[in-house]
Design a protein around this ligand. Structure first.
Ligand SMILES: [Zn+2]
Length: 508
């Protein structure tokens, strides 16, 4: 058996499904480009039947990704499979991922199907998928609570129907390392044709065992791990990509496997996701947390100075932590700026590069040193503007007992002005924005943080707004935090307005 373990990233599908992590099409494409740089083998981009926006997300990711295979999810239903195949039409290396539950509880209560009907449906679905897309993955949902004999039969049926990859997920985060290893060993031994298929492990972290279970699955014969950046995903999340990759990397003596992830892109990927979704990474998160490499105690610091290996099992450089320290100054020039943007994963068209340069010079005037994160925020702002209906031109606020905000906005050729009072300057600005746009929502979450050090630092605002039954995130940055918040609010309204022209199909 080969010792190559493929990394199947599902940040944009399973991860994106989790509360607070939703991404629109542009954000998915941005993240997909970073995942491609990270060197994952497969990027699962979405669930095309779920909505038109999901469909378009998969399509656009498939067009943008150069190296990785791109996967789309489909239930074991003809209409799902056909829709997923259509979304993947432009992918260089498409993977159609179809699934059906195999545990007694799911078959009886959710599917209302007998085991024989499930076997028949697996056969039909995989055969159809295989006629549409060259590579097919089949997932036996809730594998870890399925009967082993039946599970092996399901795997055998899917392989006989043409499945290239068999995924045995721990859908509910229930299994343990010993149990999952035995499950893989059993199914691989008993399913006919298993030597021609790749077995895959997809785990949830409800008991904090997802990474340990994935590694145990590999010891049991799995050669694909499904995971997400920062471990985001349904409920307690999925197997965390950075943890499972660095565990194999650091403990080659225990896990003598190779994967082609570029570990020095791990921290940039974690930061990109956190910036796009607004989901903060806990300080103590392994590998990517802010404190993951901080040594506070005196004894540890003494040891670290003598030899970093005394307390450090991996280096911050190996996961790309040092890289974001690169600083640009006013004299870096346009070519330097373009080169750095490209290194950060943004290939900007000429007109956007001109805009970026103007803003970069204005910011460099204010704060002298411009960090990578500053640059990323400037690019986010430009990206936001590329699809906006309303543009926030100016916001002036005055505090005191009755905070007032005066807002000027542009839509097409028209300019609008409105003033409002509120509980604070941000609230006042939001009320004025709502008066102009006619869109009102409830603020569910509002966070602001400094992107980089310094007095004239850029403040980054992340908000979640509930508009007409939908939760929409918005983000933007400015050296003025009230302006950052107002721009983030306008970003959410623009996303809402863009979404209105793309009605969802609501097919489940
Ligand atoms: Zn899952």
């Amino acid at each position: 058996m080969s010792n190559r373990v493929e990394i199947f990233d599902t940040t944009l599908r399973d991860g994106e499904q989790s509360p607070g992590a939703s991404m629109d099409v542009r954000e998915k494409v941005q993240m997909a480009i970073q995942l491609d740089r990270l060197g994952v083998d497969i990027i699962e981009a979405g669930f095309p039947i779920a909505s038109n926006q999901e469909f378009e997300g998969v399509q656009k990711v498939a067009e943008a990704v150069e190296h990785a295979r791109v996967a789309a999810l489909a239930r074991a239903l003809n209409k799902d499979i056909e829709r997923a195949a259509a979304a993947l039409a432009k992918a260089k290396n498409p993977v159609l991922h179809t699934f059906l539950a195999t545990s007694k509880i799911h078959m009886e209560h959710k599917l209302r199907m007998t085991p024989e009907q499930v076997l028949q449906a697996v056969d039909t679905a995989v055969r159809l998928a295989k006629t549409l897309v060259p590579r097919v993955e089949f997932s036996a949902e809730d594998s870890t609570r399925s009967e082993l004999v039946f599970l092996a039969e399901v795997a055998q049926t899917a392989i006989a129907a043409g499945a290239d990859v068999i995924n045995l997920p721990d859908t509910v985060g229930y299994t343990t390392p010993g149990e999952i290893r035995a499950m893989f060993e059993y199914v691989i031994k008993h399913a006919k044709g298993s030597e021609g298929a790749i077995f895959s492990s997809h785990n949830h972290n409800d008991l904090g065992l997802a990474v340990a279970n994935a590694l145990a699955a590999v010891l049991g014969g799995a050669r694909q791990i499904e995971c997400t950046v920062n471990g985001i995903g349904e409920r307690a999340g999925n197997t965390s990509l950075e943890e499972v990759v660095m565990a194999m990397h650091t403990r080659q003596d225990q896990y003598p496997f190779v994967c082609q992830v570029r570990t020095e892109e791990i921290v940039p990927s974690s930061e990109a996701l956190s910036r796009i979704t607004g989901l903060a990474v806990p300080y103590n998160k392994p590998v990517v947390g802010r404190n993951a490499f901080a040594h506070e105690s005196g004894i540890h610091q003494h040891g670290m100075i003598a030899n970093s290996k005394t307390y450090e099992i991996m280096s911050p450089e190996s996961v790309g932590r040092k890289r974001s320290d690169l600083v640009l100054g006013k004299h870096s020039g346009r070519a330097g700026l373009a080169k750095r943007s490209e290194e950060l994963g943004y290939a900007l068209p000429e007109d956007q590069l001109v805009q970026l340069y103007e803003r970069f010079i204005a910011l460099a005037d204010k704060k002298k040193e411009v960090f990578d994160d500053d640059l990323r925020m400037l690019i986010t702002s430009i990206n936001n503007e590329s699809f906006e209906t309303y543009h926030l031109q100016r916001v002036n606020t005055s505090g005191g007992d009755l905070p007032i905000a005066a807002v000027q906005m542009i839509r097409g050729d028209a300019t609008y002005e409105e003033a409002a009072t509120g509980d604070g300057p941000v609230d006042a600005a939001i009320k004025a924005i709502e008066a102009i746009t006619g869109v009102s929502g409830t603020l569910e979450e509002f966070r602001i943080r400094a992107v980089t050090p310094g007095k004239e630092a850029l403040g980054e605002a992340h908000i979640t707004v509930h508009i007409q039954g939908r939760s929409i995130t918005g983000s933007d940055a400015s050296t003025d935090i009230i302006e950052a918040a107002a721009k983030a609010y306008v970003n959410a309204i623009n996303k809402y307005l863009a979404g209105q022209t793309m009605p969802d199909q609501n097919q489940g």
